[in-house]
Design a binder for this molecule. Structure first.
Ligand SMILES: [Zn+2]
Length: 676
């Protein structure tokens, strides 16, 4: 059978040949790809020569490349241009891929070879990148229990199975609880304050439930505007308490015991693998390195942000007093914050949008990339696309050398998931004297053009584009030998540095002047609007910081100590929140029982990384502010030490090389207006 996915691509720069790839090609390609990858692994384990870095570690690194290529094409399509058939294939193929990756991590012969090389690592004269690759490969086995005896291995598998069941159940309970509540209103006066769109959506929800009037739910698109705009305080209270009580109602969806079980199993698992706690296990592969570092990081921010947060709280409370509210409660927070924001800024999104025509913003992004990193972007029509709306670019340096392919897919449509992301169709590596360049893609869901108007972006969409483009630069400029260390394959709390730092240029006059022109008059964005954007971006930063810190601290409390003594989830949580809460406690509410980030998703011992990334980007950008936002020397240092290096060197070392020192919290506190 002729399957284009299994042949060498003869397209422009070996880009994915979308015109030839049909949905029916994927499954057989996956099966063949897995077979070939297995054969490559077998060739390593059957090798009778003494294990070496080349015949074992490097061979393992470059195995399964065909499968990787098929996977990235397939899963990118599943996110950006999916169909029922593609989703069906994803269902069928996922267990096969899991099984294949388990086959590798549980392959004892393979591990034996890797371990032999690892044990003589210091005598091998490896480059830092090779050293990192070897350590990563070895750890990927060990962290899955490869060094354990048979009984311990059985125990580990038991814990893992149990954990995945509990996490699933946790998520199902949160979902069931979210759907278990509705606020059904039939009196129009109760809608006072709500925007038109929110009311319409509530009417539609009511109709779907075959009810009169309006139905509001605990889903974010319904809940958030309700809490922000509804004038009726009692209704806000009802909604807020329902929201905070999710999976904490002693009913069949209650998560209290599940939370305790997850925390205890994670602790046990970490101990089994030789770590002091789950947080120690997780943080071994993070820039922050240890729970102690994370905790002191959060504590330092807390001390500095708290006074500002209290001041902001008092301001909001003063405003609420005018309505006769003497004690500001949780359900008043969003409502009076919004009122205060209106009073202070009155920044209308509609006034800004004409200055951010999509084409102009893209042009701006390209110009900034050229000024900083000498990149040039040429739209090329000979690259095949998976959808006609996708734009394709050849990226070169100023000497004309080929750097990367860039795909950009901007507008929402059926078959594309929500949000914005950067991904790649092919990663970068060096082999046999060839530097094989990456194919990077950014996917967004921006405001579409209409018959009469081009695509005019909200400021939030502008920063989103810069954010994803920052990730794309990390991918496009990748310049490492090994694909698993290339581009964005870095520690988790380091990956948002390139993306978030790039957002900073959106707030700089000299950068905005390059592209923020009125789409009809070509007039540059007025300075007064830029000032407003800057100021409003810091609005209530103290309270927001405190909130983020409270979640980060709660996460560390659950995961950095022995949880076996914890009997009462609510009491434990209240103690953890002691220094971070501005509002009175609501006894019916509990955060942990619906804290999906850490009990269902992958953020356990990782919630701090939101703030960590902000500190990094603010600290890194402060060097640009000091030297000039287009300062070549600073930009080239960032490129050489961060953007090109991927995960080849520990992030703290890379960062220090770029910055000349370790990051401190000062720049973020200053940018956020929290340092007086
Ligand atoms: Zn990001």
């Amino acid at each position: 059978m002729s399957n284009p996915l299994l042949k060498k691509f003869t397209t422009y720069n070996e880009t994915a040949p979308f015109s030839q790839i049909k949905t029916k090609h994927f499954k057989p390609a996956f099966i063949e790809g897995i077979k070939n990858a297995k054969a490559e692994i077998d060739a390593i384990t059957n090798n009778t020569n003494v294990p070496t870095f080349e015949n074992t570690i490097e061979a393992l690194e470059f195995s399964g490349q065909q499968l990787n290529r098929i996977s990235s094409i397939f899963f990118n399509l599943n996110s950006a241009e999916t169909t029922d058939d593609i989703q069906q294939i994803a269902q069928e193929i996922s267990p096969l891929l899991t099984e294949f990756s388990n086959d590798i991590t549980l392959n004892e012969v393979l591990f034996k070879r890797v371990k032999l090389v690892y044990q003589i690592k210091d005598d091998l004269n490896l480059t830092p990148e090779q050293d990192m690759l070897l350590t990563n490969k070895y750890k990927s086995f060990v962290r899955n229990g490869a060094n354990l005896n048979e009984d311990q291995k059985t125990e580990l598998r038991k814990i893992d199975t149990e954990l995945s069941k509990l996490k699933l159940k946790f998520g199902e309970n949160v979902l069931a609880e979210t759907h278990d509540f509705e606020l059904h209103l039939t009196n129009k006066t109760q809608l006072s304050g709500l925007p038109e769109g929110t009311i319409e959506a509530a009417e539609l929800t009511a109709k779907q439930k075959e009810k009169d009037g309006w139905v509001f739910t605990l889903d974010y698109p319904s809940y958030v505007p309700f809490m922000t705009y509804a004038d009726d305080r009692n209704l806000r209270k009802q909604m807020a308490i329902a929201f905070g009580a999710k999976a904490f109602r002693n009913n069949k969806n209650d998560n209290q015991q599940i939370v305790l079980d997850i925390a205890n199993l994670r602790y046990k698992r970490a101990n089994l693998l030789g770590y002091k706690s789950h947080a120690h296990f997780v943080l071994e592969e993070r820039m922050a390195e240890t729970p102690e570092n994370v905790i002191s990081f959060l504590d330092d921010l807390l001390v500095k942000a708290k006074p500002a947060a209290i001041e902001e709280f008092n301001k909001i409370e003063t405003l609420a007093k005018k309505d006769g509210i003497n004690h500001l409660e949780k359900w008043d927070s969003a409502y009076y914050s919004e009122k205060l924001k209106k009073e202070l800024f009155d920044l209308e999104e509609e006034k800004l949008k004409p200055y951010f025509k999509l084409e102009n913003v893209i042009e701006g992004v390209f110009q900034i990339s050229k000024k900083l990193y000498d990149l040039q972007f040429e739209e090329i029509t000979t690259i095949e696309k998976y959808h006609e709306e996708v734009k394709t670019y050849k990226v070169t340096d100023t000497s004309g050398n080929y750097v990367a392919i860039l795909y950009a897919d901007f507008f929402p449509r059926k078959g594309k998931r929500n949000g914005a992301w950067m991904t790649s169709f092919k990663n970068q590596w060096k082999k046999d004297n060839e530097n094989s360049r990456p194919h990077i893609s950014i996917v967004c869901n921006f405001t579409k053009p209409t018959k009469t108007k081009p695509s005019l972006l909200t400021f939030n969409e502008v920063t989103t584009l810069f954010h994803e483009f920052g990730h794309a630069l990390h991918g496009m400029l990748a310049n490492t030998t090994y694909p698993s260390l290339s581009g964005t394959s870095v520690f988790w709390d380091f990956v948002e540095l390139p993306s978030q730092i790039f957002e900073n240029w959106c707030y700089q006059k000299d950068a905005l002047n390059l592209f923020a022109k009125h789409y009809e008059t070509n007039e540059l964005i007025p300075m007064e609007l830029i000032d407003k954007i800057k100021k409003s971006s810091n609005f209530l930063e103290g309270m927001q910081t405190l909130r983020q810190l409270s979640f980060g601290i709660l996460d560390m409390d659950w995961h950095s100590k022995n949880p076996s003594e914890i009997k009462n989830v609510k009491e434990f949580e209240t103690a953890s929140f002691k220094n971070t809460q501005l509002f009175s406690d609501v006894k019916e509410n509990c955060m942990s029982t619906s804290f999906s980030h850490i009990f269902q998703g992958g953020y356990s011992s990782g919630y701090y990384s939101y703030k960590w990334a902000e500190v990094l980007d603010a600290d890194a950008f402060s060097l640009f502010l000091e030297k000039g936002i287009f300062d070549k020397e600073t930009a080239l240092k960032f490129k050489a030490n961060i953007l090109e290096k991927g995960g080849t060197i520990k992030p703290m070392d890379l960062y220090t090389k770029f910055r000349g020192q370790k990051p401190t919290n000062e720049a973020l506190l200053k940018r956020a207006g929290l340092l007086k």
